[in-house]
Design a protein around this ligand. Structure first.
Ligand SMILES: [Fe+2]
Length: 370
């Protein structure tokens, strides 16, 4: 892959732009090969991101994917989700197992659009029996930027951010089925025999797809550099359903190496001054780059502006990561696997929407089925 800072005159380059920050231009020179299960396992165990191109068979799910795009567009238009879910085809899909119990507009959460609560019910001996309570689907904006229409639908249960979700695999399973009911195209991952056998090797048993998120990354949108470590989960499988995205994805230790060498490189002095005009901030940045332990802890803080400035807003840092092989371009049908062993080793990643259209993507945590 090639990265340029300024617009090239020839060749198909994608502009990288997220939340009004321009991060240069990338060109895919060659698509990666499809790895076998052993190669995937080797990379996974080494805490490395691994792309598997063209793995998802999307043909069977064309009409569901079209419907999901409509759901996204109607959510953007109306700022509500529950009235859409109470109409066909959603009312029919949810009728069997998932009565809609309540909804909330999440006024305490600036990024929240609407959270819709469901119970899971099954028929047992002629009666309706509740098997899981307090499941939810939450629609949120990905950023506070007016010009970024990216949004996501997240599926989980219980009290957000407080519940130990890994301790209740049965409710996790039902929250996954709720995602299947609203986004049936989830089966391109969950029922994919190649993905299942690759993940079986790395999680050491039958994989379960939990804590699911369905994303719609829009132009000028995407996700800043972050990780997805959560107790009880081994990693994340990401599938591009429509549209295209650019990724930077690499293990935390390698990311720290890259950061340290970037800050220590004299040719980046002007760039660092541009990103951090305050001299005290630059001194602090230098100190961070001299102590790995302090840097590792700082990256885990909620506010880590000094590293965020480099990792999310510098085209030169993006170029360095691309040149060192940590950039990926995903098109519809491609998969990216990202191990999340623990907070020291997890694969950090950032995403940018490519092209003029929003695209759908599935991002599922994976664990051994409980
Ligand atoms: Fe993520």
């Amino acid at each position: 892959m090639r990265h340029l800072n300024s617009a090239p005159e020839t060749g198909k380059f994608y502009p990288l732009r997220r939340r009004d920050y321009a991060l240069g231009f990338v060109q895919q020179l060659k698509r990666p090969e499809v790895p076998d299960a052993n190669t995937v396992a080797r990379h996974w165990q080494a805490d490395e991101a691994m792309m598997v191109p063209g793995l998802l068979d999307l043909q069977l799910w064309r009409s569901e994917i079209r419907q999901s795009r409509l759901l996204m567009e109607q959510t953007l238009e109306t700022g509500e989700v529950s009235p859409i879910l109470e109409q066909p085809p959603y009312s029919n899909r949810l009728l069997q197992n998932f009565p809609l119990v309540a909804s909330s507009f999440e006024e305490h959460d600036e990024q929240g659009i609407e959270k819709i609560y469901f119970d899971a019910e099954i028929d047992s001996a002629g009666e309706r029996v509740c098997v899981a309570e307090d499941l939810w689907c939450k629609a949120s904006w990905l950023s506070f930027i007016e010009a970024d229409a990216s949004l996501r639908f997240r599926f989980s249960f219980g009290i957000e951010c407080l519940e130990d979700v890994a301790a209740d695999p049965e409710r996790q399973r039902w929250a996954g089925h709720l995602c299947d009911a609203i986004f049936p195209e989830s089966a391109v991952i969950t029922a994919n025999s190649t993905i299942n056998s690759m993940l079986q090797t790395v999680v050491g048993g039958v994989p379960a797809f939990v804590e699911r998120i369905v994303y719609f990354n829009a132009p000028n949108g995407g996700a800043q550099m972050h990780h997805d470590v959560e107790r009880g989960h081994d990693g994340v499988v990401y599938g591009q359903i429509s549209g295209s995205t650019f990724w930077l994805a690499l293990g935390k230790q390698v990311l720290m190496d890259e950061f340290i060498s970037f800050v220590g490189n004299d040719s980046n002095v002007d760039e660092i001054e541009r990103l951090l005009p305050d001299a005290d901030a630059r001194v602090e940045l230098k100190c961070l780059s001299l102590d790995r332990q302090v840097l590792a802890a700082y990256m885990d803080e909620f506010d880590h502006e000094l590293v965020e400035a480099m990792m999310d807003r510098s085209p030169l840092f993006a170029r360095q990561l691309v040149e060192h092989g940590y950039g990926f371009i995903l098109h519809a049908g491609d998969v990216l696997l990202m191990p999340q062993r623990d907070s020291d080793t997890c694969v950090w990643h950032s995403v940018i929407c490519l092209g003029d259209e929003p695209g759908e993507a599935l991002s599922f945590a994976v664990r051994k089925a409980g």
